[in-house]
Design a protein around this ligand. Structure first.
Ligand SMILES: Nc1ncnc2c1ncn2[C@@H]1O[C@H](COP(=O)(O)OP(=O)(O)O)[C@@H](O)[C@H]1O
Ligand SMILES: [Mg+2]
Length: 242
């Protein structure tokens, strides 16, 4: 199982007929078991790229190859839950074949047990994100896409959810692609950090993290982050990614 990406160009056309370049040239590959993290400034084309990789947008130049049978779990930037369905129904509709034991384990890890019968309108952003994660994992994905799953959460909540995501990612061999603005999250969750330029997105750097995720305590994480920041700070073009 391997994802190969070679997008040479993606444009949007405005209502006035003007062309806007959104992706300028992005190529990388990810293997099963690998977590790639995309870091880039707001508006550079990250969500657009994720939609292309998931096969939701075919209007681009270049090539994306992933196994045809790959099951995709997509956590969108907004949780996108069905408002008239309970938490449990939102997950079950996406994954009708998931058994009770599996759902229980997911709700347990994501601290959703007490919220099964709540409706999306009753949930905080942190809880809604957890439901979106439960829904993505319930389908047992081969390719997991996470679009800023920790954005706008307070520090403590984001740290807890990040640990829950790490647990879930460790438990399943799949291709994972995460978008974040936070270098700390990137370093804690990723095997590779891919820095993107401002729009139109190009890859500025593709930085592997060789220390296994499970052995990255606070000290290792800080050291890896410092190493990446050193490499970025020596190069003004790369600072544009942050
Ligand atoms: N459907 C669309 N039509 C026109 N422009 C769009 C559309 N979706 C996104 N854009 C534009 O493409 C650029 C990249 O958007 P996006 O991929 O959401 O950025 P990011 O996720 O990196 O913040 C932005 O300038 C945005 O306004
Ligand atoms: Mg986005």
């Amino acid at each position: 199982m391997r994802l190969e990406v070679d997008i040479t160009s993606k444009k949007f056309e405005s209502a006035a007929g003007e062309q806007h370049d959104v992706i300028g040239g992005v190529s990388f590959a990810l293997d099963a078991g690998e977590v790639g993290v995309l870091v880039g400034p707001s508006g550079c084309g990250k969500s657009t790229m994720l939609r292309i990789l998931a096969g939701l947008d075919h209007d681009f130049q270049g090539r994306v190859s992933r196994p045809v049978s790959a099951r995709i779990g997509f956590v969108f930037q907004e949780p996108r839950l069905l408002p008239w369905r309970s938490v449990e129904e939102n997950v079950r509709i996406a994954a009708p074949l998931a058994d009770e034991a599996k759902l229980s384990a997911l709700f347990d890890i994501l601290e959703l047990k007490a919220h099964r019968n709540h409706f999306p309108g009753e949930l905080s952003l942190g809880l809604a994100r957890r439901v979106a994660l439960a829904r993505a994992f319930a389908v047992e994905p081969d390719f997991l896409i996470l679009d800023e799953p920790l954005a706008s959460l307070d520090v403590a909540l984001a740290a807890r959810l990040r640990d829950e995501i790490a647990t879930l990612v460790e438990g399943r061999s799949m291709i994972t692609l995460l978008v974040t603005h936070d270098m700390d999250d990137a370093v804690r969750l990723g095997d590779r950090v891919i820095l993107l330029s401002p729009r139109p997105a190009r890859i500025l750097a593709d930085l592997p993290i060789r220390t296994p995720r499970s052995t990255r305590g606070d000290a290792e994480t800080a050291a890896i982050k410092a190493d990446i920041m050193r490499r970025i700070n020596g190069d003004p073009t790369k600072q544009a990614a942050l």
